[in-house]
Design a protein around this ligand. Structure first.
Ligand SMILES: [Zn+2]
Length: 262
C-alpha cells in the first residue's frame, strides 16, 4: 500500500451516514478521486473536513488495489475560496464549472487541462467585464478537453473558408452568418443552411472569438474588444453544445441561465 501526496481541488461533498462525508477531488494525474471522510461532519474534531468545493488542498492518501475509494491520511489547505471575498456572480459561475468538471472528470483519467483551468479560474481577478469571457473560455476548454472541438474553419457544405490571413498577416473573416450544427460541431453558412436542420446562429464576430481562442488559448483579449452581448450569446451557444456533447443536465444550469440573461 503506497502513500501518496498531491495537490487536489475539492469537487463535491456529500453527507454520508450520521457524521461522515463522501468527498470527490480532482487530481492532475489521477483524475477524479473519491474518499469517505469518517466523522468529517463532526465539528471541532481533528477528523472535521472543513473545506469547500473549489478549494485547492494537499492530501496524503493511500490507494488500495481494486478499491474505488482512497483513504485520506492528512490534509492541508493551500488556496481556499473565501466566501466573503467573492461576488454572487463569481459564486454562480464557479459552482457551475465545478459541477461540470465533476461530471466530465473520470477516475484514473489524467486531467491536466481541466486542473489548469480550475487553477486559472481560482487565481483570476474577477471584474464586472471579464467574468463573462472567463466563463466562455472555461466552456471552450471543457469542450476541447472532451475532443468535441468546433470546426469553424469553413462551411461544411460549400467548403468556403470562414477566414483567411491578409497580406498584413491579420485575419479577415468572411462576412457571413453561420449556424452551428449541434450533431457534428461543424458550421454551415447562411447560403447553404436548410431550414430543417437543427442549428444555432454563429455571427462572424463569434467566429473571430473562436479563432482567437484557438490561437492564444486565453481569454484576456476578449473582454476589451467584443460587446458583452456577443460574448454572452456565444457562451449560451457553446454551453448548449457542451451539455449535448457530454449529455449533461447540471442542477445549477437554471441559475447560470438566469445569470447570462441578466
Ligand atoms: Zn456554405
Amino acid at each position: 500500500m503506497a502513500s501518496m501526496k498531491e495537490s487536489v481541488f475539492v469537487l463535491t461533498l456529500t453527507p454520508y451516514r450520521d457524521a461522515d462525508l463522501i468527498v470527490n477531488f480532482l487530481s492532475r494525474d489521477n483524475g477524479k478521486l473519491s474518499a469517505v471522510i469518517y466523522r468529517g461532519r463532526t465539528l471541532g474534531k481533528s477528523s472535521s473536513f472543513l473545506y469547500n468545493p473549489g478549494d485547492l488542498i494537499e492530501i496524503e492518501y493511500q490507494v488500495y488495489e481494486n478499491r474505488e475509494f482512497i483513504r485520506i491520511e492528512n490534509t492541508i489547505g493551500i488556496d481556499l475560496l473565501r466566501a466573503d471575498q467573492i461576488s454572487y456572480d463569481q459564486f454562480v459561475i464557479h459552482s457551475y464549472l465545478i459541477e461540470i468538471i465533476t461530471k466530465v472528470s473520470k477516475p484514473a483519467l489524467p486531467a491536466d487541462e481541466i486542473f489548469e483551468l480550475l487553477a486559472t479560474i481560482s487565481q483570476s481577478t474577477w471584474t464586472e467585464k471579464n467574468r463573462y469571457s472567463l466563463l466562455l473560455w472555461a466552456i471552450w476548454k471543457v469542450i476541447k478537453w472532451g475532443g468535441y472541438q468546433i470546426d469553424f474553419s469553413n462551411c461544411c457544405q460549400c467548403l468556403q473558408s470562414s477566414w483567411k490571413i491578409k497580406a498584413n498577416h491579420e485575419p479577415a473573416f468572411r462576412k457571413q452568418t453561420y449556424s452551428l450544427l449541434l450533431e457534428t460541431g461543424r458550421l454551415v453558412c447562411g447560403s447553404c443552411l436548410q431550414s430543417s436542420e437543427k442549428a444555432q446562429t454563429v455571427s462572424s464576430a463569434m467566429v473571430k472569438i473562436l479563432w482567437l481562442f484557438s490561437r492564444s488559448e486565453n481569454h484576456e483579449e476578449l473582454y476589451n474588444d467584443f460587446p458583452l452581448n456577443t460574448i454572452n450569446d456565444l457562451t449560451q451557444l457553446l454551453n448548449n453544445y457542451m451539455l449535448r456533447c457530454y449529455e449533461l443536465k447540471p442542477k445549477s444550469l437554471d441559475i447560470l441561465t438566469g445569470f447570462l440573461q441578466k
